[in-house]
Design a protein around this ligand. Structure first.
Ligand code: MG
Length: 354
């Protein structure tokens, strides 16, 4: 399935660009009958700040599904990336809350971290205790970054140690994913197919576990894509399917970026290289135009380590919209609101690489 053919996004008028993106991102969305549990969306008062030059009279009476703070900058980036062609483009995506939905059947969806049940209650409880200790550190704004990074590494390594000690099996991962409240956003398959047809690599960066994410791909999409690589912590299982080690250096929440390519286990298969060269890193790093997808401002760090020429950052603002819209609009070139589908990104990519 491919996106609908659409005329080029580019327009000499930034206002037209914004209106077009707003229009494009208003693809029909799944309406959840239990969505009343979501926090109310009360961001309308912010709109004049970002959209006063862009909203038409009809649009201004309706809450948009996306917001663009600087239309002219986005228009320039789109033009530059389009002119350079698909061979220069790569997509960098966060997994949880970005490729996956924030809400699932009216409640918070599970993360690739949170869904794992080790099949051993004692060890599930021990990992939960680590979460209770370290998560407040993770979100504390007062701890200096180097110190926090050290503590995050400590948390991740302790957790990995518990997974080994508790005898995690691959079957437990399969069962956990099967039972999990996790789903991809509508339009994700369409996006991946469009990118695959054009040999545009997608690096999915996660501080979670590659094996779980790949199992989610397997069970929820029932297919694989040759252009998608998960850069995350990768497990080693013995012949009985029991976890015995982790490959590469630990990738945690504060170092998941293009440096992680060098730290992670080798990214096998080719990344848009028809000859299947093993030099994946340099292939990716030669693609100096980036479409970055994330759901936290910290996700912008995923392109650290890459000397990019143009980067379009698309953010999914899933919750606390009133509080966070201003910051997200400064950080991301385009912000998709209210747990949006991936259709806005599909259309954006179709305009970047027609
Ligand atoms: Mg995320």
């Amino acid at each position: 399935m491919r996106p609908m053919t659409s005329p080029p996004l580019l327009s000499p008028s930034p206002c037209a660009l914004v209106l077009r993106l707003l229009h494009l991102s208003r693809a029909p969305r799944r309406r959840n009958p239990t969505a009343a549990r979501r926090p109310p969306c009360t961001f309308r008062h912010c709109l004049p700040v970002f959209l006063s030059a862009a909203m038409s009279s009809s649009a201004s009476t309706t809450a948009p599904d996306s917001v663009i703070a600087d239309p002219s900058t986005l228009a320039r980036k789109v033009a530059d990336i389009r002119a350079a062609g698909p061979a220069k483009l790569q997509v960098i995506a966060d997994f949880d809350g970005t490729l996956t939905r924030y809400w699932y059947n009216g409640a918070r969806g599970q993360s690739s971290h949170g869904l794992l049940r080790q099949g051993n209650e004692e060890y599930d409880a021990k990992r939960e205790a680590l979460y209770q200790h370290y998560h407040p550190i993770e979100i504390c704004p007062d701890i200096p970054l180097p110190e926090k990074a050290k503590l995050m590494e400590e948390w991740w390594e302790k957790t990995h140690g518990l997974l080994i000690e508790g005898g995690l099996t691959y079957d437990a991962i399969k069962n956990s994913v099967f039972d999990a409240a996790i789903a991809f956003r509508d339009g994700v398959v369409e996006l991946f197919e469009y990118l695959e047809e054009r040999d545009i690599p997608v690096l999915v960066f996660s501080a979670g576990l590659a094996d779980i994410i790949e199992e989610v791909f397997q069970q929820k999409l029932h297919r694989s894509f040759k252009n998608i690589k998960v850069v995350s912590n990768r497990m080693v299982f013995n012949e009985e399917g029991r976890l015995v080690a982790f490959k590469g250096k630990t990738i945690h929440v504060l170092n998941k970026n293009e440096h992680a390519l060098d730290m992670a286990a080798p990214v096998h298969n080719n990344l848009g290289d028809p000859n299947g060269s093993i030099d994946d890193y340099s292939l990716v790093k030669r693609r100096t135009n980036v479409l970055l997808l994330g759901d936290h401002i910290g996700d912008l760090g995923m392109s650290d380590g890459l000397n990019y020429e143009n980067r379009i950052a698309a953010g999914f603002l899933n919750a606390n919209i009133e509080k966070s819209l201003k910051d997200y609009s400064k950080a991301f070139d385009i912000v998709y609101l209210n747990d949006a589908t991936m259709q806005g990104v599909v259309k954006l990519v179709a305009d970047l690489c027609p």
